[in-house]
Design a protein around this ligand. Structure first.
Ligand code: BDR
Ligand code: CA
Length: 305
């Protein structure tokens, strides 16, 4: 089986940790690079957390540290959801792995251009690194197959009334990426807020294996939802959409990213009826089969240590 060459751009982040863990283990994925960015917490912490996961699972995936700030806005982190470290709740011990000695944007360029097959990009954080990549090295676009991202919302946001966190963190970057002219899949809050794990799954996970116990420990500190209403597994939905697309129903449309100092900043407005656009720039997720998602989640967990 030919594997999918994948790069994950991330800000771990408890739900990012799950996405990375599963990407390490999925038999159809060849994870070539993890690039980090500021978002849930600052970029030093998100980089340390990515290194912790690489070390915990003992995988040889390079980690490159990226942008410490959004393109224009000030960084407003999300440590109230993920904890001070970004991955509170589990003691991973000291980190011995090191990040690459080049900036993530440079590592992205090198990795994309070196890949014999076009690479899939999976941003599960603010789009700062990816926007800079497209501005500085537009030639990389020719070797990118598609972008499958977690971010945005067709309805309300989770950070402001209108905006989802990853897009709100760097709306200008998101606007650049959505207009990049590449095939783009948007896995937004419309589905990720429904893809929740309840106490039933979490009890199962806890005793399934070592990774399950580690996840359960992180989940005890995660404020992305609650144990009562279910924990939102935002970022791993992007991976699920790539490897098990049938879990989601999708629509091709045009998504406009709002920028500027208004209450709409960071909103992703989809022209679902294509009244204002003739060509789509994104496939957006409309619905998720939650039971199927949970089944896939447990199957993926079973592949880990
Ligand atoms: C997104 O925001 C972050 O807190 C999560 O890691 C996810 O990428 C959800 O809005
Ligand atoms: Ca994230």
């Amino acid at each position: 089986m030919k594997k999918i060459p994948l790069i994950i751009d991330t800000d771990p982040g408890i739900d990012d940790a799950v996405a990375l863990a599963f990407a390490f283990h999925h038999p159809a994925i060849d994870l070539k690079l993890i690039s980090t960015v500021a978002g849930n917490v600052n970029v030093d912490k998100t980089t340390d957390n990515a290194l912790r996961l690489v070390e915990y699972f003992d995988v040889e995936v390079p980690v490159a540290k990226g942008c410490s700030e959004p393109l224009i806005k000030e960084l407003e982190d999300c440590s109230e959801i993920h904890g001070e470290s970004g991955m509170d709740g589990y003691d991973f011990g000291p980190i011995t792995r090191k990040p690459l000695d080049v900036h993530a944007v440079e590592a992205l360029r090198q990795t994309i251009l070196a890949s014999p097959d076009p690479v899939t990009l999976m941003p599960i954080a603010a789009l700062t690194n990816i926007a800079l990549l497209f501005k500085i090295y537009p030639e990389t676009k020719a070797n990118i197959k598609e972008i499958v991202l977690m971010g945005g919302s067709l309805a309300r946001g989770n950070t402001t009334t209108a905006a989802e966190f990853n897009i709100f963190t760097d709306p200008e970057a998101a606007a650049i990426v959505f207009k990049a002219g590449l095939p783009l899949t948007m896995i937004g809050l419309d589905v990720t807020s429904k893809a929740v794990l309840t106490t039933t799954e979490i009890e199962k996970i806890k005793t399934m294996n070592q990774t399950g116990a580690m996840f359960a420990s992180l989940f005890g500190h995660y404020r992305g939802g609650s144990m009562k209403t279910g924990l939102k597994m935002h970022d791993v939905c992007a991976l699920a959409a790539l490897v098990e697309p049938a879990i989601f129903s999708m629509q091709s449309t045009y998504v406009e990213v709002q920028t500027g100092d208004t209450a709409a900043n960071g909103a992703t407005v989809a022209d679902l009826k294509m009244k204002y656009h003739t060509e789509a720039n994104a496939d957006v997720a409309l619905e998720v089969d939650v039971e199927r998602f949970r089944k896939w989640f447990l199957e993926m967990l079973a592949l880990t240590k």
